[in-house]
Design a protein around this ligand. Structure first.
Ligand SMILES: [Zn+2]
Length: 131
């Protein structure tokens, strides 16, 4: 294998276990919101934003790795910065998804029509949506 590419892949692998933790703040603020219905849709938007950002980063990382393969040496600090950002994004996506699941479980309103639900209801009494 190309030596420069191997160097970069080695560096990438060494840092694979380090995961940044810049994502905690969002959850604590999101958990305090009274309207779980509003929070869930906002969190879904957040997840979509994070995934879009991750796609861009993955594409950039791919370009850098391929560039190294074709002789255009990638700056490993830049590459690692992108990988760390992806780590942070993945972590945040996990946390936001967990928060969405938690809100959905504890929500006592229909996610579709907003009608109040009683504990133990499986379907909305107003519109029939699964709760
Ligand atoms: Zn409903």
């Amino acid at each position: 294998m190309d030596e420069r590419l191997q160097d970069i892949l080695d560096t990438v692998q060494k840092t694979a276990v380090e995961v940044g933790s810049a994502a905690g703040d969002l959850i604590s603020s999101a958990g305090q919101k009274a309207s779980s219905l509003l929070s869930v849709s906002k969190l879904n938007v957040r997840v979509a934003d994070l995934k879009a950002r991750r796609s861009v980063l993955l594409q950039e990382v791919g370009s850098m790795v391929y560039g190294t393969h074709t002789g255009e040496i990638a700056d490993s600090d830049t590459l690692l910065g992108k990988l760390r950002e992806i780590d942070g994004i993945n972590q945040e996506i996990d946390q936001v998804n967990a928060e969405i699941a938690r809100l959905r479980q504890t929500a006592r309103v229909c996610p579709l029509c907003g009608a109040d639900a009683k504990p133990g209801d499986t379907f909305c009494r107003h519109c029939g949506t699964r709760l």
